[in-house]
Design a protein around this ligand. Structure first.
Ligand SMILES: NC(=O)c1ccc[n+]([C@@H]2O[C@H](COP(=O)([O-])OP(=O)(O)OC[C@H]3O[C@@H](n4cnc5c(N)ncnc54)[C@H](O)[C@@H]3O)[C@@H](O)[C@H]2O)c1
Length: 334
């Protein structure tokens, strides 16, 4: 297995995964429509870095263009497909829900069709901790029911999990769905808390702290996350019907859902204090009520990831924040 087709390579996680695999000698074909959800210069810069490696090639187009998607994937003949392109963001799904239908429902369906027609070894796709929605039993475990999504973003990702299960069953596509927990690190997303906080503090602007800071997140450092993805690429789910409890496999198809998180929940105010300490500067704090659709806490049970790969993300948030701030200062020259 050495050819990997990755969608979302101009995005935060796809960029880091492609970089890791290229460094390890894989051939990677990236596919990304460079949507304008956030700064397209940041996306283009990520692609230009990947293109320095001759084992990387890229197609800049939308997932909704099935003809071209199938054409380039078929030409590349991947062993594995990692589907990370999506309309991400919990809050934006209140403003522009249709973009989630287009990218996440139609786009993911097109990737599943490609996977069915190309007979790949393993399809891996991104879901999210947001599918746990109103679940209150912590830490969140893959085997628990997830029927109470609170945002339309989460609903489209839950739909992806169901769509993927049916295709895995019908067409025997070995499929892994990841549930990621608040990923952060260098080259991160401008719409996410760490990026927004660092940029506001540096520019003497106030930061909005929702639910008066009574929020907890399982923050996952991006290098840890992509390392976990790489290890899972080799763990294609098989039909071990009696193994459901051990590996989280579906009883009827080669399908698996795996949390990738740090398995620690961090209070938002502690996270902000760590940012202040790295920057050597206090934030101007604007305490706000809870936002619509937000959940007060996320926390991953990562025992399945550990069982499958013998690996667990470990980076302390203080260290990860320092890496992010170093990158931010360097990239924006501040
Ligand atoms: N970052 C996190 O904390 C987090 C948490 C949970 C789940 N996820 C999921 O992980 C995946 C990667 O997230 P990310 O943080 O790298 O996001 P990102 O927005 O940085 O990357 C997504 C990429 O997909 C591309 N894209 C979007 N719609 C497209 C379409 N229709 N056709 C072609 N390209 C399209 C965008 O241009 C972007 O470069 C997403 O599926 C996201 O939902 C991320």
């Amino acid at each position: 297995m050495n050819k990997v087709f990755i969608t979302g390579t101009a995005g935060f996680i796809g960029f880091h995964l492609a970089k890791l695999l290229l460094n390890d000698g894989f051939k990677v074909h990236g596919y990304d429509g460079i949507t304008n959800y956030y700064d397209v210069n940041l996306k283009q810069k990520r692609h230009s870095i990947l293109l320095q490696n001759s084992n990387f090639d890229v197609t800049e187009d939308m997932l909704e263009n099935y003809e071209n998607l199938f054409y380039v994937a078929n030409k590349f003949q991947p062993d594995v497909i990692v589907h990370l392109a999506a309309q991400a963001g919990v809050r934006y799904s209140l403003e522009n829900p249709r973009s989630y239908i287009n990218s996440n429902i139609v786009g993911t369906f097109n990737i599943m069709e490609v996977s069915k027609n190309l007979k790949i070894d393993h399809l891996l796709m991104a879901s999210t901790s947001s599918v746990y929605g109103a679940n209150s039993k912590m830490p969140f475990k893959e085997s628990e029911k997830t029927d109470t999504q609170l945002t339309f973003y989460a609903a489209t990702k839950k739909a992806n999990e169901s769509m993927a299960h049916s295709y895995s069953y019908l067409w025997k596509i070995p499929t892994t769905m990841f549930r990621f927990f608040t990923v952060y690190g260098p080259w991160g997303r401008p719409d996410m808390a760490l990026f927004k906080f660092v940029s506001a503090i540096i520019n003497d602007k106030p930061i909005d702290i929702y639910n008066n800071g009574n929020m907890y997140r399982d923050f996952t450092y991006v290098d840890d996350l992509v390392h976990g993805i790489k290890l899972l690429m080799n763990k294609s789910p098989k039909f071990f019907h009696n193994d459901v409890k051990k590996t989280g496999n579906s009883p009827v198809s080669p399908y698996r859902i795996v949390n990738i998180g740090n398995s620690k929940k961090v209070n938002l105010l502690d996270f902000i204090e760590a940012i202040e300490s790295v920057l050597g500067k206090k934030a101007i704090r604007n305490y706000m009520p809870m936002q619509m659709g937000d959940v007060p806490s996320t926390w991953a049970d990562t025992s399945l990831l550990k069982k499958l790969t013998d690996y667990r993300p470990q980076t302390k948030f203080e260290d990860g924040i320092r890496q992010f701030v170093n990158w931010y200062r360097d990239y924006y020259n501040v």
